[in-house]
Design a protein around this ligand. Structure first.
Ligand code: ADP
Ligand code: GLC
Length: 480
């Protein structure tokens, strides 16, 4: 099959979160299975800077745009699928984050920028002359690609898939923006992309795609409720027969404690010595006062409300008081960053806070920590709880979304069957987090039980094998 993925980020070229890991590793797995896969993303400044030998694959006018768009190809592609980068004047070629400016506010022209990404994808699908290639399937990811399906509504040759990685980001803009983008007036209205008087990119993907997927079965159910549906639950219920939860996989080459170039000591489920050594070495490097027996907790993630960072902040004083060590890596909300820094200042030897994005450190934390905390209020899938399990780091997670689907909780039955892989808690409160963390330490102090949890996680199959095939069979399903 010829598959075109369209996304706003892809690892390692540009990444703010899990979408980048998924767009790249899903593309790679589908190509490995033998399909012809292309991945279209914007040519952000950071991307072109990191890809010096860019080749112009095509330069062309698109209807309604004053200048020409260019599709660029990195000269050296060390992946088995093809990456296409969309370039258009200053739309993407600017410094900073793909979505927000230096003050953390959404770029003023996000609607125009991602409309452009959609227009380019539509041109690739419709015009065989453009790149000498058209797809059988166009697989769109998140709101930034939400206008592709509506703009291809009359195109029956191509199967349209829309994956919701996070329903809380919807791409909502004013009616005046809809008008200025010169979208077909037929798209305005309840059956189109209008949502409560505004234009909604994500609604386009939901209404007009052949299949809607989201990244875990539990989240697929949750978004059909008022709790996590953000007003779209009725529409999602209406489309329930076309809505499927496909659990994300993880990249087994990128995240492998036996070979990971980012970590000092390698290890596997049969020989965990390397993990102990990583912990020792990192504790020293991060300036923490602790030894092999001090429980070391890790957290990595975007510092936003979704991730329950405020719960963690509330829980930290009690847990620090108990003598545990923490390493926290993240960036995001300035207020949350500040509060974390403040706590770190008064607990220098127990808490290492690193504000920023650091790929290497994220691998080191997974390899060194004993316990990984994910108190997310909601989590469509979540990748770090899977990376953690692969690295023998026991996850403590709020029982929600993909976290509920990938962590087998400690219960007397699961422990007896050697099936447990982590600790889940609910509701998402600081108290529940504290007691789950304390439960983890209790188990940690019992080496036999701990080994069973660690090994259970390390032996679980989180590869893309099943999920990549699940997508492929969806592409071929009748009625698509
Ligand atoms: P989300 O997509 O909601 O941010 P996921 O758990 O799906 O959450 O994916 C987050 C990804 O981003 C993981 O690969 C995680 O390691 C990475 N990540 C998040 N914040 C940072 C950071 N500050 N430094 C390095 N990697 C990070
Ligand atoms: C989103 C979600 C996260 C998911 C990721 C990749 O950003 O917040 O839960 O793992 O996308 O699908």
């Amino acid at each position: 099959m010829r598959i075109l993925h369209v996304a706003s980020e892809a690892h390692p070229l540009i990444k703010t979160g899990g979408l980048a890991d998924v767009s790249a590793s899903l593309s790679r797995t589908q190509a490995e299975i033998g399909h012809d896969v292309r991945l279209l993303i914007p040519a952000y400044g950071a991307v072109t800077e990191a890809s010096p030998q860019l080749r112009v694959a095509v330069e062309t006018h698109l209807p309604g745009l004053p200048g020409k768009i260019r599709i660029l190809e990195p000269g050296t592609q060390d992946v088995n699928y093809k990456i296409w980068l969309l370039d258009y004047g200053p739309a993407f070629d600017r410094a900073g984050n793909p979505y927000v400016d230096e003050h953390g506010a959404p770029w003023y022209d996000n609607a125009e920028r991602f409309h452009l990404l959609c227009l380019a994808a539509v041109a690739i699908v419709r015009d065989k002359q453009l790149l000498g290639w058209t797809p059988d399937v166009v697989h769109c990811h998140d709101w930034q690609t939400g206008l592709i399906a509506p703009l291809l509504a009359d195109e029956k040759r191509v199967t349209k898939i829309f994956t919701i990685h996070n329903l809380s980001y919807q791409g909502i803009f004013a009616r005046s923006t809809f008008l200025s983008l010169r979208l077909p007036e037929t798209l305005w209205g309840i059956d189109g992309i209008e949502f409560k008087g505004y234009m909604s990119f994500i609604k386009g993907g939901i209404v007009f795609s052949d299949w809607i997927t989201t990244v875990s079965p539990t989240y697929a159910r949750q978004i059909q409720t008022s709790d996590l549906g953000y007003g779209l639950e009725g529409l999602l219920q209406h489309r329930a027969a076309r809505l499927v939860g496909v659990l994300n996989g993880i990249d087994y080459e990128e995240w492998d404690p036996r070979t990971d170039p980012h970590i000092e000591y390698h290890y596997d489920a049969d020989d965990l010595d390397g993990k102990r050594l990583n912990k020792k070495s990192c504790i020293a490097r991060w300036g923490l006062r602790g030894d092999e027996n001090t429980p070391l907790f890790g957290f990595i993630g975007r510092l936003v409300e979704q991730k329950g960072v405020d719960l963690l902040i509330e829980a930290l004083p009690t847990l620090l008081q108990a003598g545990y060590c923490f390493v926290i890596l993240g960036t995001g909300d300035r207020g949350l960053e500040k509060r974390l820094r403040e706590i770190a200042q008064s607990h220098r030897h127990r808490l290492c806070v690193h504000i920023g994005y650091d790929e290497k450190m994220s691998h080191e934390i997974e390899a060194a920590a004993d316990v990984f905390l994910m108190p997310s209020r909601f989590e469509p899938c979540g990748l770090n709880q899977m990376y953690s399990q692969r690295y023998g780091t026991v996850p403590v997670v709020h029982h929600t979304g993909g976290l509920a689907d990938t962590v087998v909780p400690v219960t007397p039955e699961n422990l007896a069957a050697n099936a447990a892989t982590g600790i889940t808690f609910s509701p998402p409160t600081a108290e529940a987090l504290i007691s789950a963390a304390q439960q983890a330490v209790g188990l940690y102090r019992d080496p036999r039980t701990w080994r069973s949890l660690v090994r259970g996680g390390m032996r679980t199959d989180f590869s893309w094998r099943h999920s990549a095939r699940a997508y492929l069979s969806l592409y071929q399903k009748e009625g698509a």
